[in-house]
Design a binder for this molecule. Structure first.
Ligand code: FAD
Ligand code: DLZ
Ligand code: SF4
Length: 507
């Protein structure tokens, strides 16, 4: 009897555990394009093209290796539209009851897979996703019994485990992190490298036509699609980043500039999350650049921290605390998402610019996601479920295991401080320091109150006032709370009124 091996849309890696020990003479790889996955949230059109085009190219790659692939296309007239229904059809076609799958990236899909043995009388082998650097049991051993989890300590452990940037048991350069060096605003004379875009080939163009026809009403532009959809392209993008982006990645990691959508960021997250690149090889490429003197320590450490640290950490949090994690709303935020999250039509230039970027490329870099859009969602008290859904559908790299902890934990503090010790709340001064957005804005960032004042300014203090009971005792917020206590009553009143006026105007 043949063994069926299901490969999901974000499992496009040669080394996938579900493909290990595959017998090409007997086994069949199943891949399904299904409407349910395209629409459980209405993904950005570029994200749909990315996933489907990468799946089709991966199927070609497997076939070229002599693997039998049973691939169901979205426009197949017999397509029943969901993983479960397509599996049922495949079981009839192949008269097999043995299925191997690698652990999926989403709780919803895991639950679905777990229902299959009983539903279909199936022998299911669920294999660990070995593409990550920290196996889940290892993360869970580390997390067990800890009252607070902190990325920094997890990251140090991972540095010791891998030996990356280590001299014996000491970190290279004498410090675990160089964040203080990594907060330079981008001077007008600094020119970031151009994006390495990939012109869609025939296969990708066919997917673009399909997505336009079926999902043309989804958020986002499609004509600007230029993501890598094959491993070869992803490797080219990695090489380009190592040569042109990495050397200044650290310095300008937190910077933002009007009409500059990529800066020194790698834009590798979609390729990483689909499995076209593995985190180990990406980290090793950066380490090799450092070893040959082509990238400084602050850049390479900063980059490593994102992948070896944050990426692995948020995955551990997701799988340790789901499904209850998704329901948390520590700050009891309930405001609906304002319309401008879709249209981009707001007078706040920083938000307008980050949403434009998101519409055009299904991409925004970390500080845009965290300190502009996320900061606004936090200060305005937007409903975590609505915010989470938005982030999940607008970004090409968004898969729930990585997106949800970033939104609920890092941005909204909805998890009550499990992922990070304090909310990343900031006033307009932060955005002014790290970008040129305020130069192009109708609001005045130096004004604290009144109709012309930057809304981030009064929203910031109003947020702290509103949540004094939950956040007032946080030692990392002691300084702003001391400043708040010292504000005259009239100023505090003006803050409350300005914030109420502004927030009411969002409806
Ligand atoms: P670079 O700046 O070049 O960083 C290198 C790599 O580090 C990234 O490719 C990514 O794999 C990893 N990385 C960096 N920061 C994080 C992080 N906080 N968590 C996990 N990995 C990280 N990242 C996703 O991959 N998918 C998401 O759905 C996603 N949603 C986010 C939502 C919010 C609210 C925030 C604040 C962050 C989110 N991130 C997400 C993390 C981060 O913003 C993106 O990984 C990054 O912007 C991708 O661009 P890049 O490849 O140019 O990153
Ligand atoms: C995101 C996505 C989309 C849009 N379409 C498909 C698909 O048609 N077939 C498929 O196998 N996977 C798709 N995916 C990715 C899945 O939703 C993914 O497996 C889950 O998000 C779990 O990470
Ligand atoms: Fe954003 Fe305020 Fe600056 Fe305008 S003034 S760009 S709203 S931070």
């Amino acid at each position: 009897m043949s063994t069926l091996r299901l490969v999901l849309g974000d499992q496009l890696s040669d080394s996938l555990s579900a493909l290990r020990d595959l017998n090409p003479a007997q086994d069949v790889v199943l891949m399904f394009e299904v409407h349910e996955e395209a629409s459980y949230v209405p993904h950005h059109q570029q994200k749909l093209v990315l996933v489907l085009a990468a799946m089709r190219h991966f199927a070609q790659r497997l076939r070229a290796r002599g693997v039998r692939v049973d691939y169901v296309r979205l426009d197949d007239p017999h397509n029943r539209g969901s993983f479960s229904a397509e599996l049922a059809r495949a079981l009839e076609r192949h008269r097999s009851r043995r299925l191997i799958v690698t652990h999926p990236g989403e709780w919803r899909v895991l639950e679905m897979l777990r229902s299959w043995p009983q539903r279909f009388g199936l022998q299911l082998e669920l294999r660990e996703d070995e593409r990550f650097l920290c196996p889940l049991p290892e993360f869970q051993r580390w997390a067990r019994g800890k009252r607070q989890l902190r990325m920094e300590f997890f990251y140090r452990l991972m540095r010791q485990k891998t030996g990356w940037l280590m001299h014996g048991d000491q970190p290279e350069g004498g410090a675990w992190n160089f964040d203080a060096d990594n907060r330079k605003p981008l001077g007008d004379d600094v020119v970031p490298p151009p994006r390495l875009g990939f012109a869609p080939d025939e296969l990708t163009q066919a997917v673009m036509a399909l997505v336009r026809a079926r999902y043309g009403h989804h958020f986002g532009e499609l004509d600007t699609f230029a993501w890598p959809v094959t491993r070869e392209q992803a490797l080219q993008q990695l090489d380009a980043f190592i040569a042109h982006g990495l050397p200044q990645f650290g310095d300008y990691q937190d910077a933002m500039r009007q009409n500059q959508d990529w800066l020194f960021h790698s834009a590798l997250s979609p390729a990483l999350n689909l499995g076209l690149l593995l985190p180990r090889e990406v980290c090793e490429a950066a380490l090799a650049a450092h070893a040959r003197g082509a990238a400084p320590l602050n850049a390479v450490e900063g980059f490593l921290r994102q992948i070896l640290g944050w990426r692995e950490y948020v995955r551990g949090i997701y799988w340790t605390f789901m499904p209850e994690y998704a329901q948390r709303n520590h700050l009891e935020a309930q405001r609906p998402l304002p319309e401008f999250f879709w249209s981009g039509q707001t007078q706040m230039n920083c938000l307008r610019e980050c949403i434009r970027n998101t519409r055009e490329h299904a991409y925004a870099h970390h500080i845009q996601r965290l300190m502009v859009i996320g900061n606004f969602a936090l200060l305005a008290g937007l409903d975590p479920l609505e915010v989470q859904r938005w982030y999940l559908l607008v970004y090409a790299d968004a898969f729930e295991w990585v997106e949800l902890p970033n939104v609920h934990g890092m941005v909204l503090h909805a998890d009550g401080g499990l992922l990070g010790s304090k909310p990343y709340a900031a006033s307009g001064a932060y955005i002014e320091r790290m970008s040129d957005y305020c130069r192009h804005c109708v609001y005045q960032v130096r004004l604290k109150n009144g109709p012309k004042a930057c809304p981030f300014n009064y929203l910031y203090w109003d947020f702290l006032q509103r949540h004094q009971d939950k956040l007032g005792g946080n030692p990392r917020l002691a300084m702003p709370y001391r400043t708040l206590q010292r504000l005259p009553a009239a100023r505090r009143e003006a803050i409350t009124q300005d914030a109420a006026r502004f927030l009411d105007s969002l409806q």
